[in-house]
Design a protein around this ligand. Sequence first.
Ligand SMILES: [Mg+2]
Length: 190
Amino acid sequence: MIDRIFCDVDGVLADFVGGVLKLFPDSSATHTDITEWNISNCLGVPNDEVWRRVNAEGIEFWGHLDPIPGALQFVRGLEEIAPVTFATTPSRQPHSAAGKLGWLQYHFGTKRTDGNVVLTSQKHLLARPDTALVDDKPENVGQFLEADDVCAVLFAQPWNGTITDFVSVENSQKRTLKVLDILATVEPAA
Ligand SMILES: [Mg+2]
């Protein structure tokens, strides 16, 4: 029985990678070319340059990310299982946190987001019995699963496609049903 689902934002609901790719118009890379967590390696540019361009956009970068297709449907599906709390990692720049909050309010409404957004990279600190995490970062899933009686689902994306250690859902239009199936049927880890 799951009584709270923590849902990651970037890479699960918000198209962070797509936002970065728009900052490199000379690159022909698409989402499927981003096959590792470090986008800069895939683009062949220094990591500092990626973040210089992201930060130069200010709050607009975070506030204008495209939703990942089916994001609202996905959250609604999660809500059928348990209340959902958004858990997201802001960048070092304060405008990232503000932009993320505005993005969530715009796409999911203040009824869902008021007092219901956790800004942290330490998502394992949220883990307690009967909680679940949906995240596209393998380390977050792995650390969350170290707690007792929790469930965590790796949201499959090209940048985590080689990870096979965790329960994973396909990155397709069927993702909602698959996550629902997983969260509804997987017994909490012993
Ligand atoms: Mg993420």
